[in-house]
Design a protein around this ligand. Structure first.
Ligand code: ADP
Ligand code: MG
Length: 620
């Protein structure tokens, strides 16, 4: 919504924020006081982006204002007046930029971010930069912000944007000779320390030491300005790398690990500084907007988030790649699709996998910390990267039935622990560990002390069935009907008692199940359902549902436990009086109970009604 009004000084336009924006502003201003100093980091980061953009334009475009001016960021403070200004001669903004980039939240994850902020107030300061709302952190330290800006195109106009963060903002034309952006405000009383020289200096060196451009406070340069990735690997200190990481990512925490690469070669020469963050970005699997790697060419930033440098399953890696062979005269979209980039992607992929493998070999607990955060994404590589599939499979870890909650086993370790006569690797998938532990199909394995991998990450059902075998051993779901396991049931009983009983079950449930069999895997439960010979198993069903398909309803196989008291009683009753109506009611109820455990029972009312009939009989 906008309203135009002409005044003496020129065109003044008043705009109103969208509702979502108002909500966000409200939260930032009134409940985000955990780290007010981040406003400075965010504003410097924006200036630095703007300078990077203009640096690129200067190389590729002639029609640029102030083409020869030195690229820099200038901060001025006045302690007495409590004022703060930060100015850059970067790319500046047009009116459309002001409306679309400053006045609107472009990113789709922001609403969820709002929810997250409400829940989790402590962490919110750290998350601000992730969601493209960094500029608004200024409202933590002031009540009104003024932006004066002029875009780098020669025919641009000077513009002034003013807002108190109260739902409205004003844009008017002004005279501005030079390109770039100046942001100024009066600090509120709570934040007057940010007009003190030592304070500002220490924040700048803390967060922005590695800005590519000089940052001046009054007349002094306060940062180092050195492209760390160009240094010799052995000259890079761990602390330096951590500071650099924080600067490029706006993360508050140090990275989990870093890797410096310096490659020479005909196909792709590049330097890189790569980092694995400590924590996954908000909503790693669904939100594809989190940033990855910046692409530079000879110290000039070309693309600020070059996703094509990494395969999707490694897009948790952050950092910088500086490749000398990137052509500057083609568009950024074209660059991303160029053979040089896919070449670099290949090299980076194998380097990163090697790096992660090393981490596992050197420090397993660190690796598992990494795996808990980024494992869900990494695993996808098993299905998408044929070349590296085997290496990724060796990086997989799972919880299991013989390990306490929170402990993990790899396939390699599993195989080493297998029992002497065990031929297959077993797994069971489900929503949570609690649910998996209660699964009746697990009973046999528990009794025999055979390890079963627990797949409770939703991604697992995409990944594990597609591995097929490991170390020449089949990887088998224990939900399958044709499990090759030892027979634990009494075989004599099988002929005399079980034959007629099985027929009774088959007859009663002939519309419902594919077959009824004597179970080898049940110990404590009376009955269970397993995948039929035609049907897909539980994993596949889950997988299809996740991909938005409805699996075809196929009949399952019911297994009954001949050693269970209930089944024994039923057999006795049947021999005494085959026509007792209670028998069929019990059979149907057993079947529906197994369905209920599987989460597939449709009509709960029938179930409860039948249950009441049975209870009535039992209490007679
Ligand atoms: P982000 O930096 O993640 O995009 P911000 O809220 O920090 O989110 O900034 C929003 C947008 O405003 C930037 O993407 C940029 O387009 C514009 N912007 C902010 N500061 C400047 C500046 N100093 N010069 C030019 N554009 C800027
Ligand atoms: Mg920003």
């Amino acid at each position: 919504m906008s309203e135009n009004q002409e005044t003496n000084t020129g065109k003044v336009q008043e705009f109103e924020y969208k509702a979502e924006m108002k909500q966000l502003l409200n939260i930032i201003i009134h409940s985000l006081y955990t780290h007010p100093e981040i406003f400075l980091r965010e504003l410097i980061s924006n200036s630095s982006d703007a300078l990077n953009k203009v640096k690129y334009l200067q190389l590729t475009n002639d029609n640029i204002l102030d083409k020869d001016s030195e690229l820099k960021i200038q901060i001025n403070i006045d302690e007495k007046e409590q004022t703060f200004t930060i100015e850059d001669n970067g790319v500046g903004m047009t009116q459309d930029d002001l409306v679309n980039n400053i006045g609107t939240i472009a990113k789709s994850g922001t609403l969820e971010f709002l929810e997250k902020l409400k829940e989790d107030k402590k962490d919110s300061g750290d998350l601000i930069g992730q969601f493209g709302v960094g500029f608004y952190s200024a409202f933590m330290v002031t009540d009104e912000v003024v932006i004066e800006t002029r875009h780098a195109a020669k025919d641009s106009k000077g513009l002034k944007w003013t807002s108190s963060g109260d739902g409205k903002y004003i844009i008017e034309e002004i005279d501005k000779e030079t390109r770039g952006t100046k942001i100024s405000f009066k600090l509120n009383d709570k934040s007057k320390e940010f007009a003190q020289e030592y304070k500002v200096k220490s924040i700048v060196t803390k967060y922005s030491n590695f800005a590519d451009f000089p940052i001046f406070l009054a007349k002094d340069k306060v940062n180092t300005v050195q492209p760390l990735w160009q240094k010799n690997k052995n000259d890079i200190k761990k602390e330096e790398a951590a500071e650099f990481y924080k600067f490029i990512t706006n993360d508050f925490e140090e990275p989990l690990d870093y890797l410096h690469l310096s490659l020479e070669g005909s196909s792709a020469a590049f330097n890189a500084m790569l980092f694995i963050p400590k924590k996954a970005p908000f909503d790693l699997m669904r939100n594809k907007e989190h940033k990855t790697v910046q692409l530079y060419c000879n110290k000039i930033m070309i693309v600020d988030d070059c996703k094509k440098l990494l395969p999707e399953y490694l897009q948790f890696v952050r950092g910088i790649v500086d490749a000398s062979g990137i052509p500057l005269n083609v568009s950024r979209e074209m660059i991303q699709d160029s053979p040089i980039i896919s070449n670099i992607q290949d090299i980076l992929t194998s380097k990163i996998i090697g790096w992660i493998k090393d981490m596992l070999a050197k420090d397993k607990s660190k690796y598992l910390e990494f795996y808990k955060n980024f494992g869900p994404l990494l695993k996808m590589g098993v299905n998408t990267d044929f070349k590296n599939k085997d290496k990724i499979i060796d990086l997989l870890y799972f919880e299991s039935s013989t390990l306490p909650k929170g402990e993990f086993v790899s396939l390699k370790e599993y195989v080493l622990k297998m029992q002497a006569d065990q031929k297959e690797i077993y797994y069971l998938s489900g929503e949570s560990r609690e649910q998996l532990e209660k699964n009746p199909n697990l009973e046999y394995f528990k009794k025999q002390n055979i390890e079963v991998l627990f797949l409770s990450d939703p991604v697992d059902v995409f990944v594990v069935p597609s591995i097929g075998e490991y170390d020449k051993k089949n990887i088998q779901s224990i939900d399958k009907s044709d499990l090759d396991i030892k027979d634990d049931q009494d075989s004599e009983k099988e002929n005399t008692v079980s034959e007629p009983l099985l027929n009774l079950f088959k007859e009663t449930l002939k519309e419902e199940v594919e077959d009824v069999r004597i179970s080898k895997r049940l110990v404590d439960s009376a009955a269970t359902l397993v995948a039929g010979t035609q049907g897909v198993d539980k994993q596949m069903e889950q997988m299809m549902r996740m991909m938005g398909q409805t699996p075809e309803a196929t009949k399952k196989i019911m297994e009954i436990n001949m050693n269970h008291r209930l089944i024994k009683n039923l057999a006795k009753k049947y021999l005494l009086n085959a026509d007792d109506p209670l028998i069929k009611t019990t059979v149907t109820h057993l079947f529906e109970s197994a369905k209920l455990i599987d989460g597939d029972l449709e009509s709960k009312t029938d179930y409860v009604k039948r249950m009441l009939t049975l209870m009535e009989k039992a209490t007679e």
